[in-house]
Each structure stands twice: as C-alpha cells, then as structure tokens.
Design a protein around this ligand. Structure first.
Ligand code: HXC
Length: 285
C-alpha cells in the first residue's frame, strides 16, 4: 500500500483555516475565552461573544477584531446564560449578522471560594445554573446551526472531512472534580455536570458530524479564576504543578485550535486537560 502523503502544511497549519467560519462564545469577554476567540479570529474566523456586562463585552469585541484585518466580531452584552430566551435571541442575531454558527465555546462560569457551611442554597444554585444550565442553554440555542454546519462537512463516513471543519462545540470545564477540592463543592458538582453533558452530546450528535469535547484548564495566569481562587503566589503554587508554572491563556487557545481544526477531526467526547500535569499531583504537597 502506498504511503499516504502528509499535507499538514497546506491543509491544517496554515493561515486562514477558519475563513468564512463563525465562532459563538459565551463568557467571551473573560480572559480565557477571549484568548480562544482571538486565536480563531487570527486564523480567519468571524465571532460573536456573549457576556453579562455590556461595556466589557463590546470593548472586548472591538479589541478582538484587531486580531485580523477585515474580521467581524459581534459583542452581545446583557445576555445571562441562565436565560434560554436571551441565548436563543443571541444565536439568532449571530447567524443573521454573520451568516452561520460553525463553532461554539460554552465558557461562561461562576465561582468563588466557600466551604459548605458558607454555601447558601442560592449560592449553590447560582453556580449550577450558570455552569450547567448555562452550558445546556448555549447548546440548545446553537445546536441547529451546528448541525447545519456539520452537514456541509460530512463525508461518506469513511474518509475525514477534506474541506475544513464545522459543527463543533467545546465546553470549558475544570479539573476540580477529579479529586476532592475543598471550598469548591459548588464548582466541582457543576463542572462534573458539564463534562457529563459534553460526553452525552458527543455520542448522541456524533453521527450528524458534530464533535463535542471538553477543555479542562488548570491554573492559568492572569485570569479571573486565578484571581478569585488562588490564595498562593504563582511561585508558591507552582510547587504543586509538575510543569513548574501556571499556564497561559495562549495554551488554552492552542488546545482550542487543535480541537476545532482538521487536527481534531477524530477527537470526539474527549477532555483535553491543560494543567501542566497538576491534577495527577492531587494529594501530594
Ligand atoms: C459565599 C457567595 C459568594 C462567596 C456570592 N455568593 N459570592 N457565597 N461566598 N464568595 C452567594 C450570594 O451570597 C448569593 O447567595 C448567591 O451566591 C448568588 O450571588 P449573587 O451575587 O446574587 O448572584 P450573581 O450576581 O448571579 O453572581 C453569580 C456568582 C458571581 C457566581 C455568585 O460570583 C459571578 O457572577 N461570577 C461570574 C464570574 C466568575 O465567577 N468568573 C470566574 C470563573 S472561574 P444568597 O444566599 O446570599 O442569596 C472558574 C474557574 C474554575 O470557573 C476552575 C479553576 C481552576
């Protein structure tokens, strides 16, 4: 059998791989998700970012637009992922103004440090509502568009897609629930739910050409998460991380490009943990 010719340079790792594609992202004004979207725009995509804070979301959209000349980035503020109606409207506006939704990043999350005795029923509910129901609402609002996009890239079922990708969703999760994390019951329960949803979607919607995966960031420098959750300094904290440092938002963006590009064609129902090996250290240190 002749060796297959590799076409990495021309096919996958090239400028413009997401040209004429649209990414829809909740939590898009945040430090991690804005980096994910910026990388997609840098490689050709247009984008729609969703956030609760109007000014912050619109400002971030303008800022991301500078990643590539001629790109369009809609910033839809005032949208709470806990509202299915608001998300449905946002998805409709995105598709109307940008023409499609090919990729989705379900990134909105809520968190704080609290022991169970400090955690009121409403506090627990708020985090589950934002993380679990918010991800569900994001998926529900965008799934018809993802299915439409996936159909454009579907092949005979034996060969990988050859004309770019679409119909893909990434849920941004965490590693908190891989072990017991004190002060994080609410977020651990919520992220376990998010992971379960991503896997179910992968199995159920996979035959339509959809891929559904999870990115689980560890401690990432210069993020709201680390500001809210880490009491230790970066140097102190790094002692518990095999790679010896906090991660960068670029490293989460790179994982995103992997999953959304041709590189990730056959990756479905997976979790890409980007944490410098930290969760394997649970219980040590
Ligand atoms: C205990 C708290 C609390 C705290 C809020 N609550 N902060 N309880 N400790 N520090 C309680 C409130 O008292 C209230 O309960 C309930 O939570 C809801 O709070 P509200 O402020 O009314 O709700 P809301 O405005 O909807 O805010 C939601 C939120 C907030 C989750 C509480 O923190 C938020 O909006 N966060 C969004 C941004 C964010 O958290 N980003 C970081 C994600 S980091 P009562 O009983 O008083 O009514 C992340 C990384 C994870 O996800 C992995 C890292 C490794």
């Amino acid at each position: 059998m002749p060796m297959q010719k590799y076409e990495y340079m021309s096919n996958v790792w090239r400028d413009g791989i997401f040209e004429n594609k649209v990414v829809f992202c909740t939590g898009g004004a945040g430090s991690i998700c804005s980096a994910q979207v910026r990388a997609m725009v840098h490689l050709g995509a247009n984008a729609c970012i969703i956030g609760r804070n109007v000014q912050k979301t619109e400002n971030m959209a303008r800022d991301i637009e500078t990643a590539r000349k001629g790109s369009r980035v809609l910033g839809l503020g005032g949208v709470d992922v806990r509202s299915p109606e608001a998300l449905a409207k946002a998805a409709e506006k995105c598709a109307k103004e940008l023409g499609a939704i090919d990729f989705v990043i379900a990134g909105a999350a809520g968190n704080f440090l609290a022991t169970i005795d400090q955690l009121s029923p409403n506090a627990m509910k708020s985090v589950i509502d934002i993380d679990v129901l918010g991800s569900y609402n994001t998926l529900k609002a965008t799934l018809p568009y993802l299915v439409e996009s996936a159909a454009k890239h579907k092949t005979d079922g034996r060969t990988p897609p050859a004309n770019g990708t679409g119909g893909r969703i990434i849920f941004v999760s965490a590693t908190l629930h891989y072990s017991g994390t004190p002060l994080q019951t609410h977020a651990s329960v919520a992220k376990a739910g998010v992971d379960a949803m991503a896997m179910a979607v992968a199995i159920e919607q996979g035959p339509k050409g959809i891929t559904s995966n999870v990115i689980a960031p560890g401690p990432i420098a210069e993020t709201e998460g680390i500001a809210r959750l880490s009491k230790a300094s970066a140097k102190e904290h790094a002692k518990g991380i095999p790679s010896g440092r906090w991660g960068t938002v670029k490293e989460i963006a790179d994982a995103t490009i992997y999953l959304f590009s041709d590189s990730g064609n056959y990756v479905n129902g997976s979790t890409v943990v980007v944490d410098g090996g930290q969760w394997h250290m649970a219980g040590i240190g």
